[in-house]
Design a protein around this ligand. Structure first.
Ligand SMILES: Nc1nc2c(ncn2[C@@H]2O[C@H](COP(=O)(O)OP(=O)(O)OP(=O)(O)O)[C@@H](O)[C@H]2O)c(=O)[nH]1
Ligand SMILES: [Mg+2]
Length: 238
């Protein structure tokens, strides 16, 4: 087993570097490549940091300039170019704790055909610096989705996971914005790919701003309902 670590970047510099350095220190024997996805909004500072990283980690950094828009577009294209057996989906803003990558990989070693995903809601997980209002709505939303899918999973919107590359490459993806993060879990669930959760502590970023808007949370429901009832044939590329 080896991994392609996907890191979308808009305005991260030291957070991106720290992410890669920690993964390199804890899991380098598994990492085949870091796929850094940039777009036309990626800042000059971020590009400069990426160029330094290319020098510091020769042969390991693949930079992809996305064609499709937004975060979903960035990740869809990254899935397509990944060459390792597994994909690690995470962010470069330190809201996905790089110290947990080692654990994701270890868990996946015994669960190769399934998905191991991080949860902030199971015992041992938590949120630091999340507003009360967002927390309540997040909880309600998680309950709605797990009910809709008759699933015991507790955190289906936190996109911090390890997944088999072939499965991700065989699915027809739709969402271009942040709801893509939910789509990448619910479509594999429809395909009966087993999913296991491990606890994670989410901490608000200290660098840059989120590209997500709170109101968009509601558009996650659209893909949740659609993917729940669409045919299996229409989920896969076949
Ligand atoms: N290449 C690329 N990266 C993006 C895009 N949008 C967001 N990202 C990156 O993807 C990661 C996650 O995006 P955020 O906007 O922080 O979203 P989030 O953490 O899911 O949402 P919040 O809970 O609101 O912070 C960050 O590292 C962003 O820089 C995009 O359009 N293109
Ligand atoms: Mg974020």
């Amino acid at each position: 087993m080896d991994v392609s670590v996907i890191l979308p970047v808009v305005n991260e510099t030291f957070s991106l570097r720290k992410t890669i350095e920690i993964i390199n220190n804890t899991s380098s024997s598994f990492v085949k490549e870091y796929i850094i996805v940039i777009c036309k909004f990626t800042t000059k500072d971020s590009i400069a940091e990426i160029n330094d990283l290319k020098k510091d980690f020769p042969g390991l950094i693949k930079v992809h300039n996305q064609i499709k828009p937004y975060l979903g577009g960035a990740l869809q294209e990254a899935f397509q170019i990944a060459v390792a057996s597994h994909i690690i989906l995470m962010a470069s803003d330190l809201e996905t704790d790089p110290w947990l990558v080692e654990k994701l990989i270890q868990e996946e070693l015994n669960f190769e055909y399934g998905i191991v995903t991080a949860s902030r809601w199971i015992r041992g997980g938590s949120f630091k610096g999340y507003s009360k209002m967002k927390l309540i709505l997040n909880w309600i939303f998680q309950k709605m989705i797990s009910l809709l899918y008759l699933s015991k999973l507790t955190d289906m919107t936190y996109a911090f996971r390890i997944m088999p590359t072939k499965v991700m490459q065989s699915i027809c993806w739709e969402e271009l914005r942040h709801p893509f993060l939910l789509e990448t879990l619910i479509k594999p669930i429809r395909l009966k790919i087993p999913v296991k959760e491990i606890p994670a502590i989410w901490e608000a970023r200290i660098e840059g701003d989120s590209q997500n808007t709170f109101l968009r949370t509601f558009s996650y429901l659209k893909i949740a309902v659609k993917a729940r009832f669409q045919s299996i044939q229409s989920i896969t590329k076949d």
